[in-house]
Design a protein around this ligand. Structure first.
Ligand code: SF4
Ligand code: SF4
Ligand code: SF4
Ligand code: FES
Length: 950
């Protein structure tokens, strides 16, 4: 159902510079050519009755309610399907029109339950509204004839109900699933009176291909498809616009509220990243925010074998600060540090790094972006001059060839994937480079032109062989390179890449991708009018992650695919605020805005603003913190919103490091895996409980707005402020807007950003400053940020992680649509109905060789450790490659990943681990220890009585 809050203009906006002027009911209106009469009328506040039309979808013209009279045209055309014309004269009301509309409504109502008073849509039902709008007073046909009033309900989906008795067969749901989501799970089956909506081959929604995005629910004009929360709670009384806290798409939502209770989340049509669409996580999976597992009282303990003790905020903060000071006094200034998270707001992240640099007096601050996109920052900065993606999402609608490398958008970035699929259905070409058959390779009406099924760990060999074809077959955009790039760097790179050992024929032994396929893909990308590259962690999480990012940048520059719409290099950021956490200076070597701590003039600026002397030496990265901890030199850690014990590689190494520390302070919603090693627990706040901003994968800064009071008493930024004051570095922000003002003052790319500007513009893509007061949708237009683009030589160096007789398979990892990252949020929702455990995908040949069948327990052993997962036998993976997700801590995916990492940034090589897989009957030794330790920690938590009563 559409919300009361957004106006629906009936048909989509048309982008057209050519304007057309017409007259509607005597009012003159000027609109872009291609606009429907219905929309033109709505723009001048004439609302023509409608049922099958909605602004989100192309007009269909089935309900016949929107008929109008147009001078010179025969009959009564449907205003939703009739485009405007210059000089057109339209009448939307007269007796004839009114009679026809009433007749249409009469037919609808005669086959509709008359339970409006108890219907979940009561008050916001478009059918009800239209009955009123056309002045329906009686239904002459009565209600005794054939009807659908006893049609059964489908309650299989945990988040919404399909009540077929209320369906008017307007097909908005079907079109939403086709056009908006691109899943094509719904059809109208049967004809005439027997027409009904069916999921897939007439199975339940849960059994169908439906991915529970909710687009059909939002599109439905009646209560046929309704959110279960709406059915249970009734209509909201106010709404607040905020931003999804899950992935890097950064969808805008209206939280529809009853007081402090969320009734439902409705994607915002004005959302610049999502245009009214969403996925199952953002729309439905918010139950974690009020889950009884949340810890709402601060707790402390001396040792991790002690029970937790609930204490006041004053005591917890005082204890944490005195422990940090004690440790520094005993072990030195560099013995403590902080870790922030991509799940935190920009303002929170900024405060954590400020606390560490100014309050702790060192640069030992890092973020979880270390383990995902740090190579993106390094690679893009060094080639193009800015550590961020080059485009906005809408740019994909102008791409002719879309090249997806090491990313799985339909699972990881679902709303952007829907937009990408729309463009592909319009005819854009698709190249996918991935060891695994991701959904995008083949989906309804989409078939990749080339699926380059490379061996994990050979990305750089592949990108070099593609570039080799570009260089040796005359596909370089010489003019672009001459004008926009550094000539010596290009010549050096050209010589390197043209070497025969970089040819597809030479590299196919390494990559496993046939040379002919590489050549064809390279020609397709190289000759595209607009070629756009999208990549993910399948690029960065390698020992050559940074090299691969530079290889991608080289390729885009050589083919001139930078600096306009439809092209570019676009990292798909995993978590909601990966971009922002990097922008905010949470790496140990950089201040906000990617400025090195050793730069005296930059440091002087921060010293002046913060009133302290700052260190000019980079601090410890996360893996260095672990090393220093094991060496006895690093003893205290403040972790806000991150779960390093689950998400970092080589779990046993991480937990040993955590156990060697004297004070670990965890600020989080739940007793996560890291908190089980903590001495101080500070309750965190969910995105619903605080103000701030997130920055998505397009550099888009969007507001997060508080819809309820922090359940633990303080928003996260307030907790950091309390801690800063307690360690002796005063902070006195009254609101996160003041923190953003300070960020803007100190960060050249953020100069024009403020909460007021964000309220005014809806969202802003940085850089936003005097040169770009409304932000920058496309980067590097006319000139690269660094001046001239720089080509860098990207020699392929094989990873040290080699298969051998003992470990003959390569394990690679990824994520799934319904779960998110370490799963702390989504595991506490009904999303578990889709994915309740991590499984090991294994090719039928490898499975057969090992006597493994679907569902068997499989021991997966690497050089780092061993775990046990259940098998999923599938040809999605190629022989020799196994794959798993990492959303459940007991799966121990990171017990087996090694400590290999990117040469430049230490980003772990999660994507390549040599393993053996064998059929087993019991959990691994690590899993047994993990279970025992976790049960023990849960018991220590319960003894504190800290789990909030729900
Ligand atoms: S379920 Fe709703 S949107 Fe779909 S056809 Fe029926 S009334 Fe229309
Ligand atoms: S929830 Fe989404 S995927 Fe499922 S049927 Fe509706 S529109 Fe299609
Ligand atoms: S696509 Fe990402 S940002 Fe959008 S609703 Fe889904 S999880 Fe949230
Ligand atoms: S709204 Fe135009 S035909 Fe239904």
């Amino acid at each position: 159902m559409l919300s009361i809050v957004e106006h629906d203009y009936g048909t989509p906006h048309r982008d057209n510079a050519k304007l057309v002027t017409l007259t509607i009911d005597g009012r003159e209106v000027t609109v872009p050519e291609g606009t429907s009469v219905m929309r033109a009328a709505a723009l001048t506040d004439i609302n023509i009755p409608k049922l099958c039309a909605t602004e989100q979808l192309e007009a269909f013209g089935s309900c016949r309610l929107c008929l109008v009279q147009i001078e010179g045209m025969k009959g009564l055309p449907a205003s939703c399907t009739t485009p405007v014309a210059q000089g057109m004269k339209v009448r939307t009301q007269n007796k004839q029109i009114a009679d026809v509309r009433r007749g249409v409504m009469e037919l609808y109502i005669s086959d509709h339950p008359l339970d409006c008073l108890t219907c979940p849509a009561n008050g916001h039902c478009e059918l009800q509204d239209m009955a009123g709008a056309v002045g329906l007073r009686e239904v002459r046909y009565g209600y005794a004839g054939a009807n659908h009033l006893s049609a059964p309900k489908d309650t299989s989906n945990p988040y919404f109900t399909f009540d077929a008795s209320k369906c008017i067969v307007c097909s908005r749901c079907v079109r939403a699933c086709d056009e908006q989501q691109g899943t094509l799970a719904l059809t109208i089956q049967g004809r005439g009176f027997d027409s009904t909506v069916a999921a897939s081959q007439n199975v339940s929604f849960m059994e169908s291909e439906c991915v529970s995005c909710g687009a059909c629910v939002q599109a439905c004009p009646t209560a046929t498809l309704s959110e279960n929360t709406l059915i249970a709670k009734g209509q909201a009384e106010h709404s607040v616009t905020t931003t999804c806290a899950y992935c890097g798409v950064g969808c805008s939502f209206r939280a529809e509220m009853q007081g402090e209770d969320v009734v439902r989340m409705v994607p915002n049509q004005d959302g610049h990243a999502n245009h009214g669409h969403s996925c199952v996580k953002g729309r439905f999976a918010i139950g974690y925010a009020t889950h009884p597992d949340r810890i709402l009282k601060p707790m402390i303990r001396q040792k991790i074998s002690d029970p937790w003790r609930e204490v006041s905020w004053e005591e917890a903060i005082g204890h944490a600060a005195s422990e940090l000071k004690r440790i520094q006094a005993k072990y030195g200034r560099n013995s403590i540090g902080g870790i922030t998270s991509s799940r935190c707001t920009n303002e929170e992240t900024y405060l954590v790094q400020k606390l560490v640099r100014a309050g702790f007096g060192n640069n030992n601050v890092d973020t979880c972006a270390r383990v995902c996109h740090s190579p993106t920052g390094y690679g893009l900065k060094n080639t193009m001059g800015e550590s961020a993606g080059t485009q906005n999402f809408d740019s994909v609608m102008k791409a002719d060839v879309i090249f997806v490398i090491g990313a799985n958008p339909t699972d990881g970035h679902p709303v952007f994937a829907s937009q990408m699929k729309r463009r592909l259905r319009q005819g854009a070409h698709l190249i996918v480079a991935d060891p695994r058959g991701i959904d995008l390779v083949r989906s309804p009406h989409i078939q990749a032109d080339h699926h380059l099924k490379l061996r994990p760990g050979t990305n750089v060999a592949l990108i070099n062989s593609i570039a080799h074809v570009i260089v040796t077959e005359g596909l370089v955009k010489e003019e672009f390179v001459r004008e926009r790039c550094e000539a010596p760097s290009f010549e050096k790179w050209r010589r390197f890449i043209a070497q025969p050992y970089n040819s597809p024929e030479a590299m196919q032994e390494i990559t496993g991708v046939p040379a002919s396929e590489v050549r064809a893909a390279a020609r397709l990308y190289g000759t595209a009018g607009n070629g756009a590259i999208y990549y993910g962690l399948g690029v960065t999480e390698h020992s050559q992650g940074s090299t691969m990012v530079m290889g991608i940048a080289n390729l885009a520059m050589a083919t001139g695919n930078i600096g306009r719409e439809g092209v570019g290099v676009n990292p798909l950021r995993g978590q909601n605020n990966v971009q922002g956490s990097c922008d905010m200076g949470s790496f140990p070597h950089e201040f906000p805005g990617y400025r090195h701590v050793s730069d005296d003039s930059v440091r002087a600026q921060f010293e002046h603003a913060w009133g302290v002397q700052l260190q000019g030496e980079p601090g410890l990265r996360i893996p260095n913190m672990f090393e220093a901890a094991l060496d006895g030199e690093f003893k205290g850690l403040y972790i806000e919103g991150e779960d390093i014990a689950q998400s970092d590689p080589n779990t046993q190494h991480v937990t040993a490091a955590l156990q060697s520390m004297e004070c670990i302070i965890v600020q989080d919603l739940f007793l996560n895996e890291s908190a089980k090693f903590a001495h101080v627990f500070l309750p965190g706040s969910s995105f619903l409980e605080k103000d701030g901003t997130f920055t998505n994968a397009e550099r888009r800064i969007s507001r997060v707005r508080k819809v309820m009071q922090p359940k633990g008493g303080y928003a996260d930024w307030e907790v950091t402020q309390l801690l800063a004051n307690a360690v002796g570095y005063p902070m006195s922000y009254a609101h996160p807007g003041e923190i953003m003002d300070e960020i803007a003052h100190l960060t050249p790319t953020f100069t024009g950003v403020s909460f007021a500007r964000l309220d005014e513009l809806g969202s802003i893509q940085w850089p936003c400053n005097a040169a770009h007061p409304d932000g920058t949708p496309t980067m590097h237009v006319g000139e690269f940020v660094r001046g001239k683009g720089k080509f860098l030589v990207t020699e392929y160096v094989p990873t040290n992680e080699k298969v051998n007789a003992k470990y003959p398979l390569i394990l690679t990892t990824g994520r799934i649509l319904s779960q998110y990252n370490v799963g702390a949020q989504t595991r506490r929702t009904e999303n578990n109905r889709w994915h309740a455990e991590d499984r090991l995908e294994i090719h039928p040949h490898d499975a057969e060789e090992r006597g493994i069948v679907e569902g068997d327990w499989v021991g997966v052993e690497s050089r780092a450790g061993e775990t046990v997962l259940r098998a999923r036998v599938t040809e999605r993976v190629q022989p020799g490659v196994v794959y798993t997700t990492f959303h459940f801590p007991e799966s121990g995916a990171n017990v087996i990943t090694t400590e290999n990492s990117d040469w430049a940034t230490n980003c772990p090589e999660y994507k390549v681990t040599a393993v053996q897989a064998t059929r087993v009957t019991q959990p691994s030794e690590w899993q047994k220890r993990f279970r025992e330790f976790s049960e023990n920690q849960e018991a220590l938590l319960k003894s504190a009585g800290a789990v909030a009563a729900k």
